[in-house]
Design a protein around this ligand. Structure first.
Ligand code: PAF
Length: 285
């Protein structure tokens, strides 16, 4: 696996692969990789002959009081994981390489509606930062397909919309969330949890599972269900940010007749904000 740091080297390596008739898959990341990321790369490697990953901690998607500076940078360990997972080329640019003119005047990509509410409400500008950097990376790599984790459900919806609306010829693949044995969704931010918080953390997914069970059993009083879920999170030691039942494609609040649903949650343990979701299609029962 080669690591390149400039757009020029990236384009040359991708052009070489293309000239050999290879199809290109792309897995963008912010590094500090875990087995969830490795699963995305492995899925990409099953589908095509040349897998490009990127590691770039994108300042544009972090708010002023967020963890940009303390976000772990673990390049050597990440390179090893990517190699094992079947990655062929790693693009690890600097901030100057990605934003040579600085970020203030940078053209932005914004996806209305889907970016509003949920994580968009507590992280203003976050999805604009994501949509902008992903658009830039897509233009740099020009992959046939790109693989993202379903753990970031709203992010995946935003990316699907931007690819559709900007007519990018890229197939977007969403891969199921990888979980620890106790159900906690793998996330780079789990590393911020102390021992006590780590022990509590699986409650988040447990609450989502209980809510899904109630919906499958016919419960449609979503406000009551959400209130109960919030209470369970509070009792478990979380400070809930949001807990919502949404229609899975549009992400608008669910109504009684919706069948394709997603329950989404964000909650704090200390200063660490965890997110998770559970997608349930009542027609699949
Ligand atoms: O999910 C992430 O790691 C990031 O939001 C992404 C998609 C790599 C954009 O910076």
């Amino acid at each position: 696996m080669n690591t390149v740091k400039t757009v020029r080297e990236l384009r040359a390596a991708v052009a070489r692969a293309r000239s050999e008739g290879k199809r290109i898959a792309f897995v963008p990341t912010m590094g500090n990789l875990h087995s969830g990321h490795a699963a995305l790369v492995a899925k990409a490697a099953q589908r095509v002959d040349f897998v490009v990953a990127s590691i770039f901690v994108n300042p544009l998607q972090f708010g002023p009081s967020e963890d940009l500076d303390k976000y772990p940078r673990t390049l050597a360990a990440d390179q090893e994981q990517l190699l094992q997972a079947g990655c062929h080329l790693l693009f690890a640019p600097t901030v100057e390489e990605m934003y040579p003119e600085g970020m203030t005047g940078q053209t932005r990509v914004s996806v209305p509606q889907l970016s509003e509410g949920l994580c968009g409400a507590s992280r203003p500008g976050h999805f604009e930062g994501v949509a902008t950097v992903v658009s830039k990376l897509f233009n740099m790599v020009q992959p046939d397909l790109a693989v993202f984790g379903q753990k970031d459900f709203q992010q995946l919806a935003v990316i699907r919309a931007l690819v559709r609306d900007l007519n990018m010829p890229i197939q977007i693949i969403g891969e199921p969330t990888v979980r620890a044995e106790d159900g906690l969704a793998l996330s780079s931010r789990n590393g911020y949890l102390n021992q006590e918080q780590r022990a509590i953390a699986p409650t988040l997914y447990r609450v989502l599972r209980q809510m899904a069970e109630a919906i499958r059993d016919g419960q449609r009083d979503y406000p009551a269900l959400l209130e109960q879920g919030q209470q369970q999170l509070l009792a478990g030691g979380f400070k809930p940010d949001y807990l919502e039942v949404r229609q899975a494609l549009s992400l608008r609040p669910a109504v009684d007749c919706d069948r394709d649903l997603v329950i989404l949650a964000a909650a704090y343990l200390g200063n660490t904000r965890l997110i998770d979701n559970l997608h349930l299609n009542l027609d699949d029962q």
